[in-house]
Design a protein around this ligand. Sequence first.
Ligand SMILES: C[S@@+](CC[C@H](N)C(=O)[O-])C[C@H]1O[C@@H](n2cnc3c(N)ncnc32)[C@H](O)[C@@H]1O
Length: 241
Amino acid sequence: MRGEREKVREHYDGVAEIYDRRYGGEVGDRYHGHIRDHVMRCLPKGGDLLDLGCGTGLFMAHYMAEGGRAVGLDLSPEMVRAARLANGMEHVVAGTADRLPFQEASFDAVSSILAFSYVPNPDVMLREIHRVLRPGGRVAICTLGHNLFTAALPLVYRLGERVHWRRIGVGDFGEHYYTGKEMEELFASAGFVDVRVNRCSFAHVNLSKPFFDLARRAEPFVERRCPYLAFNVCASGTKQK
Ligand SMILES: C[S@@+](CC[C@H](N)C(=O)[O-])C[C@H]1O[C@@H](n2cnc3c(N)ncnc32)[C@H](O)[C@@H]1O
């Protein structure tokens, strides 16, 4: 039987070509842009960034537009290819986020957007991030949170797989959706300090446009007052000097 990692890789190889259509359209870009801004606010600008699970390089491009330099790593060779060819990212490698081919203290910032839920050993990934960060460097990870909506996803995805529903992110990959507390504990046990956890993105790209627009308007209120309803959780922390 194929391992989960192989399944995730094959899935993203298969959707690499259509990925930017989903997150580059009007709704997709507003959803992804909200997450990008959130992650960007947690990181130092203008330094050396490593983006893990970089996909087609959407966050790398954003970080570079703000004056930084970016290196990306992704499990899917086809996503790496799209980052290089479609989005002109020069420094992108294929690999897995829990075994980083970089020397210690190489980066000022590490980001990971919508990829952490796939990694089977998050503690190892966080220790690797800690190793490659320079002292004083900061990591920000935005991932699907454990909440009312995501509780039903494993079942939906299992059914989706049976009917060959081929859509970005849809598949039975044994993903883990995190609570804020779990993120906090994982960051702390990997040695990070000044750990902060927020919820991010109540409006989700899977909603039809009228519902997305409605949810987008309610987003600031939901994220402030009922954070457990937001889809994503965003955690950040610093490697001590
Ligand atoms: C939903 S996409 C997000 C891509 C990008 N971060 C973005 O925001 O557009 C998830 C990405 O995580 C990658 N991924 C999944 N497991 C991974 C792992 N163990 N190591 C590195 N990348 C991984 C997938 O190949 C895919 O490109």
